[in-house]
Each structure stands twice: as C-alpha cells, then as structure tokens.
Write a protein that binds this ligand. Sequence first.
Ligand code: GDP
Length: 198
Amino acid sequence: LFAAPWEFQTSVTDMAKLPPINANEIAFAGRSNVGKSSLINALTGRKGLARTSSTPGRTQMLNFFVSDGTPVSIVDMPGYGYAQAPKDLVDAWTELVFSYLRGRPSLRRVFLLIDSRHGIKKNDLETMALLDKAAVVYQVVLTKSDKIKPPALKKLIAETKAQLLKRVAAYPEIIATSSEKNLGVDELKAEIARISTL
Ligand code: GDP
C-alpha cells in the first residue's frame, strides 16, 4: 500500500476546484503546531512533502497527496486554532472544511490529531461538532507521544476514549504516535490500509 512514492497532487481553496474522485480519501486535521506535517511526512516517508504554514494569514488550502497504485489519497486539511486568527479567517476555514466534509463522498475517515501534552481543547471540540454534523467518521490520533511518560499517556488515552464515546461520529479507537520516534506510524498505516478497501 505504501510502496510507491507519495506525490503532491493539488491544493484547493474552493470546492469547485477539487480533483476528480479516483480513490478513497482520508484526511488529517488538527490545531496548528499539533505535528500534522511531521506525521504526514513520517507516514509517506517523504520529508518536506507536507509543510507547516505557521503564519495564520496564509491562504487556507486542502492539500491532496497521491501514490501510484495506492487506492487511497491523503488530504491535509488546514490547521486551526491560531491564537490571533481574525474571525474572517475562522469563518473561511469553517466554510471550506465543512463543505468538503459534507460534499465529498470518497472521504472515508478524518484523523483528528491531538497533542499528547495538551489533550482535547475547545477548538478541537468545535471541529468534532463539525464532523458530527457532517456525519464523517473521525479517529483521534495522539501526536508527540514521546513528550509524555507512559503512565500519563495511558491515562490520556483512557480519558480521551471516554470523551469520544459521548460523540456521534467518533471512532472509539485511539492511535498514539510520535513522528520523532517513529511510534504508532505502522499502526496508523495499517488502519489506512484497512480503510482504503472500504
Ligand atoms: P503542524 O503545524 O501541525 O504541521 O506541525 P509540525 O509538524 O510542523 O510540528 C510542529 C512542531 O512540533 C515542530 O517543532 C515539530 O518538530 C514538533 N513535532 C512534531 N512531531 C513531533 C513528535 O512526534 N515529537 C516531538 N517531540 N516533536 C514533534
């Protein structure tokens, strides 16, 4: 599944420009700085494939990545939760993301990235509400798990699971990862491989 090299396909800022559907899609979402680019790079084995846009004013885009012969595309959704983000930008994010979530029948799952040090924050809950409303299945992936001790990670996983059970479209299994230490990356790949055949 991950044999062929991953390539950047396209970036879109509006729904009219989405690439034609030719594969199942999985998407990655999370607060800015959660470690989304690092995880996509670890997953695809290509450093620099996904890049961070740490400046909040930057155009918000959905980035599509494809791999020859792989029956799944990876979609990098714009980060959210910038401290200084003006309301216009937040509204534009919500508009783009929600129309994509609602209007893309090939979207199989959203991996919602949560920083192991911070747990679920208010804007993560807002994103979950959007996903619930769009009825898109989402799965929490904890990032930077190397940053906390194993007992704390265990506790975080249990608490996060309890929160997810109360939600509509959440998938109750959590994957803990560290791009830095290459932990959980194979587990995530295996999950994606399963999804790609759905
Ligand atoms: P993005 O904004 O969500 O795309 O986040 P990045 O992937 O750019 O990562 C944000 C910061 O977190 C960078 O300084 C990364 O080096 C760091 N980071 C990302 N993944 C990990 C990880 O697994 N472990 C640790 N310790 N740091 C990480």
